[in-house]
Design a protein around this ligand. Structure first.
Ligand code: ZN
Length: 314
């Protein structure tokens, strides 16, 4: 069941995580759920190539075609494999549907140009690194960006046709899933899939395992509120996160702490009066140096630092 793009980790009875192999290009995790009479896939990874393998794996594990695909949010590493599920129906929040639709057709030149800029900037950051963990992670990121660059000419956008605001229930013969949204935290609109019978949560990027969460263009304050609501409302034993290995509900607390500490750290940095470049040189927030995707901390810092500066100057 494993391949170059992802490893299959069984989360609970009838539920599997397709966990991205670092540097392979698939980048985002996906999940496969056997509802008995029908199969649901959650998210479709970063590449059409890994999307095809995800569909084949789902069909093999459940012996059925994939009836529904849920897109937890609009980020490419969760939707770029959509085009390989053309016999399935797509589900997302209204917001995510609108965001994907507003993006229009894939503009090959523009997307490749943007990726080229990311590659240039990663190479620049890489040239100043000596930390082996950071170097490995940047090399993973570079190979992900190159794989996406190559895939762009064959990429087509698939827009969900079934939408919901805060809750949609799909009942199968063996188990039921609840597709839920508490608004946006990581992105403008984030959905999760909850399987009550198995107390399993497929969390999209609201939860990660030992991986730096991506904050830019999201809302870290709303994100913390959403995670606290999940802890209060849902009984969760097992988590399939958007990035990193299948784990348990302790990962929800990890992300809350990360977000709280990052907000405190960056607001301290803003108050210090020292420059952004001074703070960027300090590296990753203490305690998170060994998490995956450490280069995202830099992006988080810059975005939050500048958002707070703008707010203070109002
Ligand atoms: Zn995301």
């Amino acid at each position: 069941m494993n391949n170059e793009y992802f490893t299959i980790q069984q989360a609970s009875e009838g539920i599997w995580g397709a966990i991205s192999v670092p540097g392979s290009g698939s980048l985002g995790n996906a999940a496969i759920i056997d509802l008995g009479d029908l199969t649901v896939v959650v998210d479709t990874t970063n590449l059409p190539h890994s999307g095809i393998l995800l569909r084949h794996t789902a069909e093999q594990l459940t012996n059925k075609p994939v009836k529904y695909v849920v897109n937890t949010h609009f980020h490419g590493d969760h939707v770029n494999g959509n085009q390989e599920f053309m016999k399935s129906e797509f589900i997302s929040t209204v917001w995510t549907r609108d965001l994907l639709s507003d993006m229009g057709e894939v503009n090959i030149d523009l997307m490749q140009e943007n990726i080229q800029k990311i590659i240039t900037s990663l190479n620049h950051v890489r040239s100043k690194q000596i930390d082996p963990h950071m170097l490995t992670e940047i090399d993973y990121d570079l190979s992900v960006q190159r794989a996406l660059y190559d895939a762009i000419p064959s990429l087509s956008r698939v827009i969900p046709t079934i939408t919901f605001d805060d809750k949609l229930v799909i009942q199968g013969t063996k188990r039921t899933i609840e597709v839920l949204s508490y608004g946006g935290g990581h992105s403008l609109s984030d959905a999760v899939v909850y399987v009550p019978e198995e107390q399993t949560l497929i969390a999209g990027d609201l939860i990660s395992t030992k991986t730096i969460p991506v904050i830019p263009y999201g809302n870290p304050y709303a994100w913390i509120r959403i995670l606290k609501r999940i802890q209060k409302d849902l009984k969760v034993d097992t988590v399939i996160p958007g990035h990193g290995d299948v784990s348990n509900s302790d990962r929800i607390t990890d992300v809350i702490h990360f977000l709280e500490k990052t907000i405190t750290y960056v607001s301290g940095a803003v108050k210090s009066g020292k420059s952004e470049s001074y703070w960027l040189e300090q590296g990753v927030l203490k305690g998170y140096e060994d998490w995956n995707l450490p280069q995202y901390f830099r992006w988080n810092f810059r975005w939050l630092f500048n958002s707070m500066l703008v707010q203070n100057n109002r």
